[in-house]
Design a protein around this ligand. Structure first.
Ligand code: DAH
Length: 340
């Protein structure tokens, strides 16, 4: 009678264990069968009703049933845990043979590449690379460069004024003045930097662009030094067959002043679409530093002389890479930048 009951408990428990879907279900079965208020405990409590001769047998059977259920529970637990682990591993599987995600490498901007090249050429000739402020005093941007109060260059149409005396520099030439004022001679400098003009954006204009200023001040510097230096630069930058030509020009801070043309590196000077049939392309302004400019910055023009030049960085970048629209340099479209 008790034996039948025990058999039933065993059969029911084993069946439940077999069908348990997870560890919680297993635990519920353990509690309901083996727990303090479980079915087996009930049986043990009713042992007092069993005859003394039968008791050892029944006791033995209870132990057997408990051991069998415990063992089956343990196996089932292991089984469920192993299945869970398999599922977890499957979910975390990484296919190491898949190609890696592509990372896009940044590229040096063409302006920057050209600037580096220009700096390399001039530092190779003993020049120092210096910098000046983008927010500048009217004095340095105009006054000290021999550009008097009513000069058209000071027109508010061209210059971004911040106050009456403070502006966004319209050229890198004020760095000349700042270097001369330091009073350390001789000077051999280039000063690359951003300049600002209130221009409408089009293929050749932008309100913000870059110039590379150059200046040499020493004893006995002549126009021949200027020509030799800039010709050397042109040949190194554009190729050794490049020819240069100086045309008279006017800048307030140089006397005499000139613009330098280079033979078109596309057609070699025969004339093509690129140089608009001219065979020559203008690349910079230059001249001998005006004695009055030297004087204003505390340099004796009887003892020292010098030359200066100003290169439009975007201009020579467009030429070098044969780009026909300056706006491309500012949009930073990676499809464009990737080409350099
Ligand atoms: N500052 C001039 C400009 O913005 C360029 C220039 C011309 C600079 C002649 C010079 C120079 O140093 O000698 O148009």
């Amino acid at each position: 009678m008790m034996k039948d009951e025990l058999e039933q408990i065993r059969a029911k428990a084993l069946n439940q264990i077999e069908n348990a879907k997870n560890l919680d279900a297993l635990n519920d079965i353990r509690v309901s069968v083996l727990g303090k208020k479980g079915e087996l405990k009930d049986i043990l409590r009713s042992m007092k009703d069993v005859s003394p001769e039968e008791r050892p047998n029944v006791g033995k059977m209870v132990n057997e049933v408990r051991d069998a259920i415990e063992e089956t529970l343990l196996d089932a637990k292991k089984n469920l845990e192993a299945k869970a682990m398999d599922a977890k591993l499957a979910a975390e599987t990484i296919d190491v043979t898949l190609p890696a995600k592509k990372h896009r490498l940044g590229k040096a901007h063409p302006n920057f590449k050209v600037l580096e090249e220009v700096e390399k050429i001039f530092t190779g000739m003993g020049y120092e690379v210096v910098a000046g402020p983008e927010i500048e005093k009217d004095y340095y941007n105009f006054e000290a460069l021999n550009i008097p109060a009513n000069h058209p260059a000071k027109d508010e149409q061209d210059t971004f004024y911040i106050t009456k005396d403070i502006l966004l520099r319209t050229q890198t030439s004020p760095v000349q003045v700042r270097e001369m004022e330091k009073g350390k001679l001789p000077i051999r400098m280039i000063a690359p930097g951003r300049v600002f003009r209130s221009d409408e954006v089009d293929a050749t204009h932008s309100p913000s662009f870059h110039q590379i200023e150059g200046m040499v001040i020493d004893k006995n510097v002549t126009f021949a030094d200027l020509k030799g230096t800039l010709e050397t630069f042109a040949k190194e930058f554009l190729g050794k067959d490049t020819k240069v030509k100086f045309r008279p020009h006017h800048f307030p801070f140089t006397e005499p002043s000139a613009e330098m043309d280079v033979s078109c590196f596309k057609c070699g000077g025969r004339g093509c679409r690129f140089c608009k049939g001219e065979g020559w392309i203008e690349i910079l302004g230059c001249g001998m530093v005006h004695p009055h400019v030297l004087e204003m910055s505390g340099i004796d023009p009887n003892e020292y002389s010098g030359f200066a030049f100003g290169i439009g960085l975007e201009r020579i970048t467009l030429l070098k890479y044969e780009i026909d629209d300056m706006r491309l340099l500012y949009e930073n479209d990676v499809r464009f930048l990737d080409q350099f």
